[in-house]
Design a protein around this ligand. Sequence first.
Ligand code: ADP
Ligand code: MG
Length: 300
Amino acid sequence: MRLAVLSQKPELYSTKRLVQAAQQRGHDAVIVDYLRCHMNIASRRPTIVYDGEPLAPLDVIIPRVSASSTFYGTAVVRQLEMMGVYTPSSSQAIARSRDKLRCLQILSRKGVAMPVTAFGHSTQDVRGLIAGVGGAPLIVKLLEGTQGIGVVLCETQKAAESVIEAFRNLDANILVQEFIQEAAGEDVRCFVVGGKVVAAMKRTAAPGEFRSNLHRGGHGEVAKLTPEERSMAVQAAKAMRLGIAGVDIIRSNHGPLVIEVNSSPGLEGIEQATGVDVAGRVVEFVAKDAQSRRQLGHDQ
Ligand code: ADP
Ligand code: MG
């Protein structure tokens, strides 16, 4: 099977591991930098030109679209979908997961538990927005932030009012969220592949920090999930229609809550913390799923 990892960064651990895992399983694996692709959108004949040459036919892609290139990256994934190439997560699913508000709205429709969250445009009713999530302390988040950047803890009512007003005056889109204090800087990253949690790691924030992101100095170790957490992670990935997803769960006094669903979850931290060959599980899933979809197509 000819498989491409769509990634801007060949030197990244995740990119290298996926290519290696595919090659170990006998696939012809390449890295395609989607920013170096251009698309010809002719009626019924979509094509991609890569570095000046037509892109050699692919059976499968594993998209690793970076948060800073969502628009272009999802356009390339969409073009490949139109060309009949299999992807575990559609361009639409990737785009939806990038906006925290849209993601939470989809999860809420499917009944997935999450922290109380509010969203508003006007600066006229900041107090109403704050009251809606139960008052301070609370969290303010940029809708398109990643790696913990753009997630702010406001400990008092006054701080919350100023932060919300400042972001709104900059025209930044933010959501306001109940702060799960009892999580004490911990959350659980569940790596979901094809409707199963293949690895889970507990992340603990660095001292004095409430964000557990490994990029913010957090520390990962293997996590033992409850059946409820496991099924919640699977349900969240399914609701977002992501074949591969990193579902972040926070443990609150009233049970587990989903805070985020990532469409390009990193492999380095979780493989190291858990010892699971996550890249291998991803490649095995996409190869099998692509083949079963192809067979279905032939049968029709
Ligand atoms: P990012 O996309 O930047 O990772 P997240 O929404 O995942 O944004 O938040 C980053 C981190 O901040 C989380 O991993 C978690 O440790 C902490 N955090 C986020 N939301 C809350 C919350 N409502 N209560 C407590 N901690 C939170
Ligand atoms: Mg996160």
